[in-house]
Design a protein around this ligand. Structure first.
Ligand code: ZN
Ligand code: ZN
Ligand code: ZN
Length: 369
């Protein structure tokens, strides 16, 4: 079936795609895009109602309940009413309270769970969503991530990677309704990040180009027509900007060709930059703008969105320095619309039931304020 981007019946009759797509950044991570699957009858999951209250008496993260959290690591601004706070996580997955030696026993190996686990209370308003925050507030939040990452890297050289992420909604694993994100500082560089760095470095070695920059260029300029081998019919047209959701002077939001999740979107700086810590204040303002608009689009299309997002930036440490021209920091936004099945867990192959081309078009066409 041919697909004419922009044709009026696009929504009614999306092209059926059934193919295994290789993730260009990490080729071992592939995705089975199988859109016919989404036409199966399926149980309607009730959409978790969004709690939009601005204040909740019993919420430990609401203003006035500061005594219910551990002492703050930071309150911003320092004087007057706080706009956001950083506190220790009460139930940390990692801690620095005790030190246990690494051990190995037979084939089993363990690394001490040393690290830090902090909560960023994103906003004083309990149920506010990213796209409802002012641009200035969102910029303050992003600058806070940057500053805290820098402090953690510089105060403790045992910390090898600082991961900033957010779970929003029960389907995404958020256990407290008040909007918050998390910072986990790890004693090891996570595997998926190492794979991204390794793979982009080997691409750089052979082409002297950053693979992320190449993908951005491709998203902006590439045009191709694929023909069916037997019938000669147009099978698929890949056109300029087909994967672009949003763009401003410094950033781009794209739908990855091999998206693991139906509504996954990545945000990247247009100009090459490996380390998020090097972002300038002007960049942060632009990042806040594109982030807000992207979240608003997801919210419109999905009618309320539960998601995880996380920030991938070049790890610190001398062994990563030479990957500076090869690696490109980015934010991955992964809305949760389905639960992984045994097939996915057993095969490691993600199944995506909405073609990334259709998803990108619907996101681009979504009405946002
Ligand atoms: Zn609250
Ligand atoms: Zn780049
Ligand atoms: Zn990544």
């Amino acid at each position: 079936m041919s697909q004419q981007p922009g044709s009026p019946d696009q929504e009614a009759k999306p092209a059926i795609v059934r193919e295994i797509r290789i993730n260009p950044i990490v080729p071992s991570e592939s995705v089975l895009v199988a859109t016919a699957r989404s036409m199966r009858p399926k149980k309607e999951e009730p959409q978790a109602a969004h709690d939009g209250r601005s204040h909740v008496e019993t919420c430990p993260f609401c203003r006035g309940n500061e005594s219910m959290t551990p002492a703050p690591i930071a309150e911003i601004p320092e004087e007057g009413d706080w706009q956001l706070r950083i506190v220790e996580n009460l139930y940390p997955v990692l801690g620095d309270d005790r030190e246990a030696p690494d051990f190995s026993f037979g084939l089993q190996q363990a690394i001490d769970g040393y690290g830090r686990h902090e909560v960023v209370i994103d906003h004083a308003s309990h149920g506010i969503r990213i796209h409802e925050m002012t641009a200035a507030h969102l910029a303050l939040l992003l600058a806070t991530y940057r500053d805290r990452m820098e402090q953690l890297y510089h105060t403790d050289n045992r910390l090898r990677y600082v991961l900033v992420f957010k779970n929003f909604g029960p389907a995404a694993g958020a256990s407290i309704g008040h909007t918050h994100s998390q910072i986990i500082a790890l004693p090891v560089v996570p595997d998926n990040l190492q794979a991204e760095v390794r793979s982009s470095s080997s691409y750089y070695e052979s082409r002297s180009q950053c693979i992320f920059c190449s993908l951005i260029n491709e998203a902006l300029t590439f045009e191709a027509t694929l023909y069916d081998r037997t019938s000669g019919e147009v099978r698929r047209k890949i056109s300029v900007g087909q994967y672009v959701i949003e763009q401003n002077s410094r950033f781009i939001a794209v739908k990855p060709f091999a998206s693991r999740y139906e509504w996954e979107v990545h945000i990247l700086p247009l100009a090459h930059q490996a380390d998020f810590l090097e972002i300038s204040p002007a960049d942060i303002a632009d990042l806040a703008e594109i982030f807000s608009r992207t979240m608003a689009r997801l919210n419109t299309v999905l009618g309320g969105v539960q998601y995880n997002f996380f920030l991938h930036s070049l790890p610190h440490g001398s062994e990563y320095e030479e990957s500076t021209p090869a690696y490109h920091w980015h934010i991955e936004i992964c809305p949760r619309t389905s639960i992984p099945t045994g097939f996915e867990l057993g095969s490691g192959l993600y199944v995506n039931t909405v073609s990334p081309e259709d998803a990108a078009e619907r996101l681009r066409n979504a009405a946002i304020p």
